[in-house]
Write a protein that binds this ligand. Structure first.
Ligand SMILES: [Zn+2]
Ligand SMILES: [Zn+2]
Length: 401
């Protein structure tokens, strides 16, 4: 196997977050709008046999490792994972602060006075459209014309879920349904969302195009809804069907991207992505409870980058509620995410994933020792992702190690 050592155990401005116990239900629901965490693996440059191996071309760079839209730890930006293969950058999700982390990462060409912070980005993949996964997409899109000057690469290919075409059911059952925002189009997909972004910032985009010849961001991206025709039309419950094969998304030279439907019900569609490169494979779960589709997608993968939630945090939050409300809310919240106890034993182990990287940490300020409990029942290696700490990808089949 690759030489992997854990690092960043000192990412540790982490605290147990004393305010968590007093967090009310509303705040917790805000937090769960999205979630993650990380300390990291770094790899050596030679196998145990001393043979040089051709790795170093593929890296995972966590750009943001916090789950949920609530900012709980300044050391962790909103969830986002970069997979870098040679000079190509693939981004999965863009949580709050992730775009700035992309600049900090140094994986794009050096900054110039003209600006080319998107120079190496070739693809962006949204797992689902919760705000903690897309919060930096508007800023990136609107400013792309000014941050792609000198870019000669083809348009950035953007994939994400399509329109849902049904609203999720109301929880708790029996509660009066809240007013629907934009009843004419209440569940736009990735393409629709981006169309609205373009419309909402038309004043700025027209101003810069007419006054400064700034490129139209519409020409810098090609937006795609991951097609589910013949596969699934989400119902209000949002539990996806079992898939027998992965969904093909994109083949870009040496890199193949596939996806599957994961279970983040009632939110749907929710996707996980797999990247296969000549160096190995990386699977990014997005938000999901334990998902057989995800386990299939991650079969024998080299790196499974997976969300995780601490049920003790959930207990602290729902503990502020009467028991009759606390139990169903706890079950509801844990029913759409994966706990520390589940992610290693019930996901990474049956998938035979060689390395498990925890991200989308909920809560983002948990002590690292809580996350390492994911090792129980898992025979591979666990790492807790940290913002901007890279992981080099190499397959166990490579290098003779
Ligand atoms: Zn999330
Ligand atoms: Zn989510």
């Amino acid at each position: 196997m690759c030489d992997v050592t854990t690092g960043a155990e000192t990412t540790g401005t982490e605290t147990t977050g004393p305010e968590a116990a007093g967090t009310n239900r509303r705040r917790f629901l805000q937090i769960l709008g999205s979630t993650t965490a990380a300390s990291v693996l770094t790899t050596g440059t030679a196998s145990a046999s001393g043979k040089p191996r051709p790795h170093g071309r593929t890296r995972i760079i966590p750009l943001g490792t916090a789950g949920g839209p609530t900012i709980m730890n300044p050391a962790r930006a909103g969830t986002s994972t970069a997979i870098v293969y040679q000079d190509q950058v693939y981004l999965v999700d863009l949580g709050l602060g992730a775009y700035h982390r992309l600049v900090q990462s140094g994986i794009n060409p050096a900054l110039t006075p003209a600006g080319n912070t998107l120079g190496a980005v070739c693809g962006i993949f949204f797992t689902h459209l919760h705000s903690d996964h897309v919060a930096d997409w508007p800023g990136l899109y609107w400013t792309a014309g000014s941050n792609s000057i000198g870019r000669t690469a083809p348009p950035i290919q953007v994939w994400g879920p399509g329109p849902r075409q049904s609203l999720p059911r109301v929880f708790p059952p029996g509660r009066t349904a809240p007013p629907v925002i934009d009843p004419a189009d209440p569940t736009p997909g990735t393409t629709g969302m981006t169309t609205y972004l373009r419309q909402s910032f038309a004043a700025d985009l027209n101003d810069r195009a007419r006054d400064g010849s700034a490129p139209d961001p519409g020409g810098l991206f090609q937006i795609h809804d991951v097609g589910l025709a013949g596969i699934w039309t989400p119902d209000p419950g949002g539990i996806p069907p079992r898939l027998s094969t992965p969904i093909p998304v994109w083949r870009n030279g040496d890199v193949t991207v596939t996806a599957t439907l994961v279970d983040h019900h009632p939110t749907a569609p929710a996707l996980a992505y797999r990247f296969d490169t000549p160096d190995g494979s990386v699977v990014v779960s997005g938000d999901t409870t334990v998902s057989e589709n995800l386990i299939d997608l991650a079969r024998d993968t080299d790196y499974l980058v997976h969300e995780v939630i601490d049920p003790e945090f959930v207990d602290r939050v729902v503990g502020t509620l009467p028991p009759a409300q606390a139990a169903p809310l706890r079950a509801h919240l844990l029913g759409s995410h994966t706990t520390i106890e589940q992610v290693g034993a019930e996901v990474a182990e049956p998938a035979r994933a060689r390395n498990l990287v925890l991200t989308h940490l909920v809560p983002a300020d948990n002590p690292l020792e809580r996350w390492h409990l994911a090792q129980r029942g898992y025979s591979g290696r666990v790492a807790v992702a940290a913002d901007l700490e890279p992981i080099t990808v190499c397959s166990s089949e490579m290098g003779g190690g």
